[in-house]
Write a protein that binds this ligand. Sequence first.
Ligand code: Q9C
Ligand code: ZN
Length: 342
Amino acid sequence: MLTIYSDTHRLHYGQAELMDGKMQPCFEKPSRADMVLDRVKAVGLGEVRGPDEFGQSPLLRVHSAAYVEFLENAWKEWSALGRSHDALPLVWPVRGLRTDRIPADIDGKLGYFAMDAGVPITAGTWEAIRQSANVAMTAMQEVANGAKSAFALCRPPGHHAAADYMGGYCYLNNAAIAAQALLDRGAKKVAILDVDYHHGNGTQSIFYDRADVMFVSIHGDPMVEYPHFLGFADEYGAGPGFGFNHNYPLPHGAAWPMYEQALADGIRKIQAYAPDAVVVSLGVDTFKDDPISQFKLENSDYLTMGKMIAEIASPTLFVMEGGYAVEDIGVNAVNVLLGFEG
Ligand code: Q9C
Ligand code: ZN
């Protein structure tokens, strides 16, 4: 399987995130991608190639122009105030507040375009997120051109990013951008299978009212887990998209037997949909030792996961999302790919 990877991810390295009431080192750090790349090479998964440049047009197919412009200029506007530490939001337009105007100052914009404080913007963030999307697009192109599969080793991840907000370590929604690009290249139906531990709220919201993208997600129950405000089982889609969204919230402590049932059911839904291509939002924060998650998957479960995904028998693009047990992230992510290849 071809892997697409860019070193540019290193330009995004947030200093700290607010967690359990204190500023802590960011869990979403460059060594995550290094571990995955090392494992890709160690097992000889296949060729590793850099991304092509796709410009802003594929981003604007899923994100608003105002949001993309905000991402591009946020660091400039922040640093112009003499600030040298990471830009972080700290006020949000919740119930009853005005969202019909975009604030003019950077502190207001950060809150307007964010769902949480897990999204530091640094001097290199724009370049890193742009390239992460290019990585997804390049791997997408491979699948569009007839490859059975490809692996986009994206960093930063993307599935919490919606049309016009960032959150949960995510800025541009790489998987959504790639799925839309597959449609734009002739696919009639694309299924997105999100196996990251956290609900892919951004991806769900982007395609919620559409029938040409089915979204299936297995994740920690939002009643007790981030992102808290989306990802419940009764979210089936809206309007023409009704019936094309399927969430499988699972309780803390869920191990493979429970996970496998949800995955098998989700895969049946995707098979019945008969997509022209599948995009897998590949998070491996479902691992038992993940420092911020509560599922109990073992290294070998990821091989089985890949094997089950292969049974969909559709061209498949794997897009890297979360996973914070840095010692195991490479083994687990690549096990899915090896299991898929059989
Ligand atoms: N107590 C991804 O995996 N913070 N993002 C959770 C838990 C945010 C995860 C706090 C986690 C975001 C791509
Ligand atoms: Zn996650």
